[in-house]
Design a protein. Structure first.
Length: 155
């Protein structure tokens, strides 16, 4: 204690015990912890959103989707992604370098994320392609999380 002020350091503690049911794994649970790479759905990197089965509890969301992508050097999507027609996407660079090309009004626009924390945000209907320059890790957030089949039924 200095100058009459008590300081206490609080460190979060996660204990995993193979004999204990993992915390937060059901719909009745108020929290969940896991690993984004392990929890991804169908090998896509997406681990939270409408595509996660309802019985997975809090990971099933309709307001937002999260993707944890680990790209080896040279990994790329050359032909571009079909534009998501209903959502805004934010991609945040965790590690490495990601070069992304956007097609805007018929013109290619290149954005390179180089520094940890660099990000790009793009709206619905923007087609893009990307290339990892070195081992690259990116966290992508997309909102809202709208199932295409549900959209077609509503329209």
């Amino acid at each position: 204690m200095r100058h009459g002020i008590a300081m206490q350091c609080i460190t979060p503690l996660i204990i995993l015990d193979e004999h204990v049911e993992p915390s937060g794994t059901g719909m009745e649970r108020s929290f969940y912890f896991g690993n984004a790479a392990v929890d991804q759905v169908r090998g896509t990197g997406w681990f939270l959103g409408q595509f996660v089965p309802l019985e997975m509890g809090l990971r099933h969301q309709t307001d937002v989707e999260l993707k944890w992508a680990i790209h080896p050097d040279g990994d790329r999507r050359v032909n571009g992604a079909e534009a998501n027609r209903n959502a805004t996407t934010i991609s945040v660079l965790i590690r490495g370098t990601l070069r992304t090309t956007f097609e805007v009004d018929g013109t290619a626009r290149v954005v390179t994320l180089k520094k940890q924390g660099d990000y790009v945000i793009f709206g619905a209907e923007i087609a893009h392609s990307w290339e990892a320059l070195g081992e690259t890790v990116v966290l992508s957030v997309r909102f809202p999380s709208i199932e295409i089949a549900r959209l077609a039924a509503a329209g």
